[in-house]
Design a protein around this ligand. Structure first.
Ligand code: ADP
Length: 663
């Protein structure tokens, strides 16, 4: 028989301040493959310390430990974890089962870290548990088992990866005499089947069942004796010895990502549903606020842009001011005709970069076809290229031409709503005021939304009736002191220098009007930009509030994760003992934190969308959702989980497995 364990000069010294505790002090010990050895000694003699070292849960302060020919000191955490997982089955006095897992899941715990897939895990664990007489308890949790059954589960777990070495720390300590004897018989059968068994006990009766008893006192081996041969072990009712038939795991030794996720869902998210829900709130609010507010501001922006399109892109407008009484009188003394076509001429001559220009004058007159009256129709005398200025084109027939204007032709073009109302089409004669006009065109439908920027007024162009300006002047009486034109609109070639150009426009018109203050010049795009700038400040405020909410949410997650790690210290110890490495533990808690925040983020996303839609339904705000923002929100929430979960996860990973198991 080859040597399985070789300890040379092993010491383990605990330092507490200035005092040193030599828990182990120069231990030399060889254990052959297939041996059954009991380690005995009084309490505090170092037995457990020795077991932890043998189990690769702790490292010696000095000396060398070789297990199956491998120098354990040369292994890093991952190497040690793998060794624990594949070569060592650790059985504890207090069973150390995970209370929320079923018998099968507990037995399969090591197989998870061996990287076995779920099906093989289930098959192997069920086979072992059944052979251990747990066939009727497979789906039960440890709480529903007797002490003896719990210890059987623990031994089954220790054997699931078919380790060469079984370490049992006072395995009968928590059991009554009869059950203890059953468990001891089990160890003997396992030993007879070829397992090397190292058992710690302070019970001489238990020690007598081993082949060999090693006695430790104060961290030193004081005796090492062979026991007299015992009678043959009675055959088991449930034939535990057959466990050697269980196949060795084929997994690649790393936990599967799906299992990390499953553990995070079960242990992290669902184990404390209320707590998880409360923890997520900060993230939910933060993400919901961002989603709802960006949807509303984005919707507002798009609506404004639409409105600007209605006025005309890159437009500069000169509007006649609606003055009243004495102020009107004063201005008209200086400039009798208000805004005039001459102003338009002067602008055309002196301002460069005008792509198109138009001017209009509304007329108060009824629009009729026979006895059908178009309600709210606005007749307007227009001159210039209104179609290009407003990006608004005829759908049927033609638009008014310069010839119509010069010839004062009695023709008109109808807005789509008016045409529909009058059931008129090109060729129809309608009455505008007291004049008969022939319809020559019908405009296309123009999307209309009332302006929500105070400085911009938008008319519903679908209710316009256009007649040539010359015709207006020839056939309709001008009221005294009325401005000749309501507005001049210039469409500039580009949006650059619009404001500078508008200053020039103001100067030119002001010269034309001999200084009269009877007009206003506006650049709708600029008004929009300013309105958006105010919104930017508002957006910034929301982003700050959302960020604070997210940070608070993140801190909440960190807080809960820290509490979780403390609460689950023993669980961490158990998982480490069956082969989870530090990185595995780190990943598990990180995934748990991220899942918590991701769930919060997704709920927040849905709440934000619902909130924005509610605002749209109740207040009529325009909303626009951006997939980019949604993806970003989800990424941010996961990022928060990772950032704020890192410290707790690191704490969990760094935890000393021995300390963790002692709690
Ligand atoms: P046994 O298992 O034989 O009762 P232990 O191996 O638990 O003994 O302990 C051996 C000695 O080492 C005891 O004196 C104990 O107080 C000490 N010891 C064990 N673990 C620690 C520790 N983490 N810090 C300080 N002293 C420890």
């Amino acid at each position: 028989m080859g040597t399985l364990i070789e300890l040379r000069g092993i010491s383990r010294i605990y330092r507490m301040g200035d005092t040193e505790v030599r828990a182990l002090d120069g231990v030399d010990l060889c254990i052959a493959e297939g041996e059954f050895i009991a380690i005995v000694g009084p309490s505090g003699s170092g037995k457990s310390t020795l077991m932890y070292l043998l189990g690769c849960l702790d490292r010696p302060t000095g000396g060398t430990y070789s297990l199956g020919g491998t120098d354990v000191a040369s292994l890093d955490d991952a190497g040690l974890s793998r060794l624990r997982n594949r070569e060592i089955g650790y059985i504890f006095q207090s069973f150390n089962l995970l209370p929320d897992l079923t018998v099968v899941e507990n037995v399969a715990l090591g197989l998870v870290y061996a990287g076995e897939d779920a099906e093989r895990r289930r098959a192997t664990a069920t086979a072992i548990a059944t052979r251990f007489g747990l066939g009727s308890r497979l789906g039960h949790t440890p709480m529903e088992l007797s002490g003896g059954q719990m210890q059987r589960v623990a031994i089954a777990r220790g054997l699931a990866c078919r380790p060469r070495l079984i370490l049992a720390d006072e395995p009968t300590g928590n059991l009554d005499t009869r059950t203890g004897a059953e468990i001891m018989a089990m160890f003997r059968r396992l030993n007879a089947a070829g397992h090397t068994v190292v058992l710690v006990t302070h019970d001489p009766g238990v020690a007598a069942q081993a082949d060999r008893a090693v006695r430790i006192v104060d961290g030193r081996i004081v005796s090492d004796e062979r026991n007299p041969p015992r009678e043959a072990v009675p055959p088991a009712e449930s034939q535990e010895a057959e466990v050697v038939d269980v196949p060795k795991p084929v997994g690649d030794g790393a936990i599967r990502p799906a299992d990390t996720l499953r553990i995070a869902v079960h242990e992290g998210l669902l184990a404390h549903k209320m707590r998880s829900a409360l923890t997520m709130l900060g993230i939910v609010f933060g993400i919901a606020a961002v989603i709802a507010m960006t949807a509303i501001t984005e919707g507002g922006k798009q609506r404004q842009l639409e409105q600007i399109r209605q006025i005309g892109m890159n437009a500069i407008q000169v509007r006649s001011l609606a003055l009243d009484g004495s102020r009107l009188l004063a201005q008209r003394r200086t400039n009798p005709d208000g805004v005039t076509p001459d102003d338009l001429g002067a602008l055309r001559r002196h301002v460069d970069g005008i792509e198109a220009a138009a001017a209009w004058k509304a007329l108060k007159a009824e629009v009729r076809l026979g006895d059908r009256v178009a309600e709210d129709a606005t007749p307007q005398g227009v001159t210039g290229d209104l179609q290009r200025v407003l990006d608004f084109h005829v759908a049927q027939g033609r638009f008014l031409t310069a010839e119509d204007d010069e010839a004062r032709a009695r023709v008109c073009v109808l807005g789509s709503a008016v045409a529909e109302e009058l059931e008129a089409e090109p060729g129809t004669a309608i009455t505008v005021g007291d004049q008969l006009m022939t319809v020559v065109g019908v405009m296309g439908r123009k999307a209309y939304a009332a302006s929500d920027i105070s400085d911009i007024s938008i008319a519903d162009r679908n209710r316009d009736v256009y007649i040539p300006y010359g015709t207006l002047r020839a056939y309709y009486r001008k009221l005294p002191r009325d401005s000749q034109l309501d507005a001049i609109a210039l469409r500039m070639a580009s949006d650059e220098g619009l404001v500078e150009r508008s200053h020039l426009v103001r100067r030119i018109v002001s010269d034309q009007h001999r200084g009269a203050e009877d007009f206003a010049v506006s650049v709708p795009l600029e008004v929009l930009r300013q309105a958006q700038a105010t919104r930017e400040v508002f957006n910034l405020l929301i982003i700050v509030i959302a960020a604070i909410s997210l940070i608070v949410g993140g801190i909440g997650i960190m807080n809960i994760m820290l509490a979780t790690v403390t609460e689950r210290t023993r669980e961490i110890g158990i998982r480490r003992a069956v082969g989870a490495g530090q990185r595995t533990v780190l990943a598990q808690f990180l995934v748990e934190a991220s899942l918590l925040s991701l769930t919060g983020g997704v709920i927040g996303l849905l709440a934000g969308v619902a909130g924005a839609l509610a605002v749209q339904a109740v207040f009529g705000f325009a909303v626009a959702f951006s997939p980019l923002i949604a993806v970003l929100a989800v990424c941010v929430s996961v990022g928060i989980g990772i950032v704020f979960g890192l410290f707790p996860a690191w704490k969990a990973a760094r935890m000393d497995p021995v300390e963790a198991l002692r709690t």
